[in-house]
Design a protein around this ligand. Structure first.
Ligand code: SF4
Length: 366
């Protein structure tokens, strides 16, 4: 291990907060085992041998989107032959089916910015899902969707969030953060809300008592400085609000982005970088409780290794996940609870089923 990594290791042992410079040193290092060992020490200090997972349904109510992010392979123009918008009855039927067949404990829902779907549609959707099962954790709407609804309805973002919460929303996913650097943001998602707006919407959600996740899309145009700055901005907001439950790094998948006018970036990620991002996130984000290895963005073999490199959350069953799969993710589309439990146990960890609030229970016989 180089001298600089030994310095960082000492800080980790002393529970001292790492700096931006430390983060950069970690990203520039190729000593993945040393980085993983430090992250693992922190992970075990926080969670022991527990590994969390959810039995969840992914719902993407519409793929029609008026925002054209260069990297997005999911969104469609309204005139596209495979453009869709689900009816409220279809959504209700899917959730009811998943409750009956798979005993899901969570719904995760994100979609495009569809000008034809107003606030009433989303409020009624949340009310109907809530009506099916009072204990179901409903995690829905990325920050850009909240902004889009606010702009189209003429309401303040805080009022949109308040109404959704009253309808039964429990929390928000972390999508739309992409990478906070304004230059990279201009290249990959010029029409999306700014980093400041994304942070402001999550701050408002936290103030209203909605817990949220945070993400970072990496492996495209960004560099190591951008990644470190992104992680530290999340850490700063968490110092203020304590509202983030988990950080979810998202590896850019590439894949076709058929409606973007600009060429989508080539994916730059690798197993090596994926592990480094997870481990470094665990080390820098000392105030965010959970680090999730997203099974839909990678695969279960990777998730097993990730559990020993700082990640404590193996993700969810992700039934019907579309956004990452349309971008080319080769992970299985929808896992069973047994698949996840086996994956976690085979890797030497104790499976704990949770929803995004991380209220957990041990699995009998685990
Ligand atoms: S990433 Fe989201 S906002 Fe951007 S084009 Fe895709 S669906 Fe629309």
């Amino acid at each position: 291990m180089s001298y600089s990594l030994q310095d960082i290791h000492q800080k980790v042992r002393d529970r001292e907060r790492l700096s931006a410079e430390d983060g950069l040193k970690l990203f520039k290092s190729t000593d993945i085992l040393a980085i993983g060992k430090m992250a693992q020490a922190v992970r075990e200090r926080m969670h022991g041998r527990r590994a969390f997972y959810a039995v969840n349904l992914h719902l993407n109510p519409t793929n029609i989107c008026s925002t054209r992010c260069v990297f997005c392979a999911f969104s469609r123009d309204v005139s596209s032959p495979d453009a869709y918008a689900m009816t409220l009855d279809e959504i209700e039927q899917k959730v009811r089916g998943a409750l009956e067949r798979f005993q899901i404990n969570e719904v995760h829902m994100v979609g495009g910015h569809n000008p034809a779907l107003g606030l009433d549609y989303y409020l009624e959707m949340i009310r109907r899902i809530r009506g099916l099962e009072p204990k179901l954790y409903i995690k829905a709407f990325s920050a850009p969707e909240i902004d889009d609804l606010a702009k189209r309805s003429g309401l303040l973002r805080v009022d949109i969030l308040r109404q959704l919460k009253e309808a039964g929303l429990n929390g928000m996913p972390g999508g739309g953060a992409e990478i906070f650097d304004p230059g990279v943001r201009r290249e990959i998602c010029p029409d999306k809300i700014s980093a400041e707006e994304w942070i402001g919407i999550h701050r408002t959600a936290h103030e209203l008592g909605l817990k949220t996740n945070a993400t970072m899309l990496y492996g495209h145009r960004e560099n190591e400085e951008h990644r470190v700055a992104h992680l530290l901005r999340l850490r700063n907001l968490q110092d203020e609000t304590q509202g983030f439950c988990a950080f979810v790094p998202l590896a850019y998948q590439g894949g076709p982005a058929p409606f973007s006018k600009k060429k989508a970036p080539d994916p730059l990620t690798s197993g090596f970088l994926d592990l480094k991002v997870l481990s470094i996130a665990r080390l820098l984000l000392d105030n965010i409780p959970h680090i999730k290895a997203h099974g839909s963005a990678t695969d279960l073999k990777f998730v097993q290794v990730a559990l020993s490199f700082g990640a404590d959350d193996a993700g969810g069953t992700n039934l019907h996940e579309k956004v990452l799969h349309e971008a080319g993710s080769r992970s299985p589309e929808g896992l069973s609870s047994d698949d996840l439990v086996r994956c976690i146990k085979d890797a030497g960890y104790d499976p704990c089923q949770v929803d995004s609030s991380y209220q957990w229970r041990e699995i009998q016989g685990a």
